[in-house]
Design a protein around this ligand. Structure first.
Ligand SMILES: Cc1cc2nc3c(=O)[nH]c(=O)nc-3n(C[C@H](O)[C@H](O)[C@H](O)COP(=O)(O)OP(=O)(O)OC[C@H]3O[C@@H](n4cnc5c(N)ncnc54)[C@H](O)[C@@H]3O)c2cc1C
Length: 553
């Protein structure tokens, strides 16, 4: 097909001084900080797969699919035309195509592929970040499907058909029994109206269907948020005789009928609009117990732990895409006689954003590596690290995206640019899978209950000591502060923030070029930085920092 360049000579004026098209780039390979961090932390075996995905999602076609899937939002079809209950969600074809692509590339199962352990979760995180640049809503069901495997593996024999349907599975949106499908997806339904963070307040009840010892129950109750309600199955929490218990609820009951999961309403959300999030009711819905009765939180927490990795990877994707757009714009737009990219103040803003992004990349990928390790220290590090990253990165993301948006001026505020969608998406990762305060409190709990986690964190900092006195002083200041007086709940945010910053600093000092690490330590740990991106005093090798962004644009 011949391509025809748009007309620049219009009747009243010529169109000029606008950046070139952004599309047609590799959203993985062209992203130096993401590429370096993910390959270093164990993703190198999968480099060709990561690069292939980056190329596909950076294409004009897939970027347009992403926009389309968010313009034409999903619709609820409660009944068919004869008035019979169907409880289905109708998606735009773009959504299905994106889901197909995501599963074809294995974002949902690369970490669980037989024989793969190390690097699998890094590849998953890198892929999820890369895909989120083009479209974030579909990453919700993909992330839940990935994470659900962790919980299902508690009882692998009982759920074997589910595991085989997910690992190696491809996207199959048909409403059919799981044995007849070429791939399965999973959702998670915990939150109820009276309590989301506090799931022990759940009131949905489970009633045994057969004799004692049977796993089968019927569920009665509701869930206030249930995303991706067209998934094949949901991990859910309900009160059984022995207490809060985890259940697997299939969309199709064993008798081949639609399970009684009624979709009451779809949420009208700020962002994440391609993805459906429903309010649901269980009207004697069929379910099977997963894990021990009364140990529901223990069972589902494995899933939540893994979805948290997805939230930080998705955040990375939003930041990476926003920054790439900002740099690209600054390279193609002149003001007051010079390129924006050559204006000292704009260079400072972009460089500071770049430092933030570099720090986010090293943190996410280091945490992802810990997910694939088997020794207890790394597992403890994963539990603490993912919470630190989730707390800090998701809080930074909205301000980061807003600053990137401003780099595009008015062009960044209009829907045709990617920025408004990224901006609307930005706060979500802080809310779901544990909101900020809940995560911060979780961090304190982990520190007090799991000495191995604190030790792993200290070891991570120790490996970077001696390189930069400013870093050493900041690390000493945090530990010194709580020696006599351990932190209490009121300190949780402060502790989480400082720990996350120190971890980022340690990782940058070990792995990033010294101008990047030095800028981070000076502006985030020593106090040379202000409260805004681009506001810093003192030495900051802007050229060196920015060159890592501009070389690939
Ligand atoms: C788009 C979207 C999709 C979602 N999809 C799903 C889904 O698929 N499945 C699902 O189960 N849930 C889902 N959720 C729900 C989400 O996980 C919850 O909203 C979240 O866990 C918070 O629960 P809540 O809304 O009940 O808020 P609350 O628990 O009432 O919390 C409100 C605020 O209080 C803070 N807080 C809570 N406890 C404390 C404390 N002890 N000290 C200090 N502060 C505290 C929280 O940090 C939060 O800021 C979704 C939410 C959104 C927005």
């Amino acid at each position: 097909m011949p391509t025809f360049a748009p007309r620049t000579k219009l009747a009243t004026h010529k169109v000029f001084n606008q950046p070139a098209d952004f599309e047609g780039r590799n959203l993985f390979a062209d992203d130096l900080p993401l590429r370096e961090a993910s390959l270093r932390e164990g993703g190198s075996d999968l480099r060709p797969r990561l690069a292939r995905l980056g190329e596909v999602v950076g294409s004009e076609r897939v970027l347009e699919l992403g926009a389309e899937a968010n313009r034409a939002v999903p619709e609820l079809a409660s009944f068919d035309r004869f008035g019979r209950r169907i409880d289905e969600v109708r998606f735009h074809p773009a959504y299905h195509e994106l889901m197909g692509l995501a599963m074809e590339h294995g974002i949902h199962d690369v970490a669980w592929e037989p024989g793969r352990l190390r690097g699998g979760h890094v590849a998953h995180a890198a892929m999820l970040a890369t895909f989120s640049k083009a479209e974030a809503g579909t990453m919700c069901p993909i992330n839940m499907t990935y994470a659900g495997v962790a919980a299902l593996r508690i009882e692998p024999d009982a759920v074997a058909p589910w595991l085989t349907g997910i690992v190696g599975g491809r996207y199959d949106p048909a409403l059919r029994p799981i044995g007849e499908k070429c791939g399965l997806t999973l959702g998670m339904a915990m939150t109820e109206k009276q309590g989301g963070s506090d799931v022990r307040a759940n009131e949905t009840r489970a009633y045994p269907l057969e004799g004692p010892g049977s796993r089968a129950v019927r569920l009665v109750g509701h869930k206030w948020f249930c995303s991706a309600p067209m998934s094949d199955g949901f991990l859910t929490l309900a009160q059984a005789k022995g207490g809060l218990t985890c259940f697997l609820v299939p969309r199709i009951a064993p008798d081949g009928t639609r399970n009684a999961i009624h979709l009451m309403r779809l949420k009208n959300k700020l962002g994440n609009r391609s993805n459906a999030s429903a309010e649901i009711e269980y009207h004697d819905a069929y379910a099977e117990r997963l894990g021990e009765e009364g140990r529901g939180v223990r069972t589902i927490i494995d899933m939540v732990h893994h979805t948290r990795l997805g939230t930080i990877a998705a955040t990375l994707g939003l930041m990476g895409m926003a920054l790439a757009q900002a740099v690209h714009h600054a390279k193609g737009r002149r003001a007051f006689g010079a390129l924006l990219l050559d204006q000292p103040l704009m260079r400072g803003v972009l460089a500071d954003l770049a430092v933030e992004y570099e720090a986010s990349c090293v943190l996410v990928m280091r945490v992802a590596r810990a997910f694939g390790e088997t020794d207890e220290t790394e597992r403890a590090f994963a539990r603490l690290g993912v919470a630190l990253a989730k707390f800090w990165l998701t809080k930074r993301c909205p301000a980061f995206v807003a600053e990137c948006m401003e780099c595009l001026g008015g062009a960044g505020y209009v829907e045709e640019s990617a920025l408004p969608r990224l901006y609307r998406e930005a706060p979500l990762n802080a809310i779901w899978e544990g909101s900020g305060n809940v995560i911060a409190l979780d961090i304190l709990r982990t520190l007090s209950r799991e000495p191995a986690a604190g030790a792993a964190f200290a070891a991570e900092l120790a490996s970077a000591r001696g390189v930069d006195a400013r870093f050493d002083a900041a690390a000493d200041a945090l530990t010194g502060r709580f020696v006599a007086d351990p932190p209490d709940e009121r300190d949780a945010r402060f502790v989480a923030e400082r720990m996350a910053l120190l971890l980022q600093g340690a990782l940058l000092l070990r792995h990033a070029p010294s101008p990047v690490a030095g800028a981070f330590v000076a502006s985030r740990l020593r106090g040379d930085g202000g409260r805004l991106f681009g506001s810093f005093a003192g030495a900051f090798d802007v050229d060196a920092v920015l060159s890592r962004q501009t070389m690939s644009d």
